[in-house]
Design a protein around this ligand. Sequence first.
Ligand code: PLP
Length: 228
Amino acid sequence: METFKFEPDVVENLGLVKASIDRAAAEAGRPAGAVNLTVVSKRFEGTQIEPLLVAGQRVFGENRVQEAQQKWPVLRARFEGCQLRLIGPLQSNKALEAVTLFDVIETLDRPKLAAALARAMEKSGRRPECLVQVNTGEESQKAGIAPTEAHAFIQQCLVEYQLPVTGLMCIPPVNEPPAPHFSLLHKLAEESGLSVVSMGMSSDYEIACQLGASHVRVGSAIFGVRPA
Ligand SMILES: *Cc1c(COP(=O)(O)O)cnc(C)c1O
């Protein structure tokens, strides 16, 4: 049987996703530009990411420090104004590397990591924005602070560790409708006075746009199926 490699038109897909974001936000009565797109480039190579950079996309999400360290310095040297967001779990012993490379860290979820990030910021002189990850589904295997503990943890990060916390992030349970989780995250952010709400992926970003996301994280709807 003949096999061939299908290369999706990532730039066309980028345009389609952006149009869907704008449509969903407008339908919910939100102003144009209320929702920002983070293109999730994890496990895709520089050559696949490059057309998006040429097309003007600058905000990207990666889930591993080491992979991002290998891919991004060369891309950044060629395209000005990139913003890199860490969307995967971060070990405390990688805090300095993460602070050095990323502009936003979306996965702050425990006091030990808060302390490590504070030290890393002190040492590096860099202060990437931080989002607190909330485990809205209270899943035992999933990272994130419990919703009931979110407010106290945010205060601890802001006051005790002096971290630049600007918002919240969640990954809803895979087998549940995402809407209640998105609503909960938006409500928690509002209650804590935080404006950044990172939620929604390829399968549900339009719903997130309607429920108050400031940032959606979309990978496979743009790149196609992710390599294993
Ligand atoms: C991989 C990933 C995404 C993007 O997922 P897609 O379904 O490919 O859009 C978003 N957020 C996080 C935290 C991820 O790990």
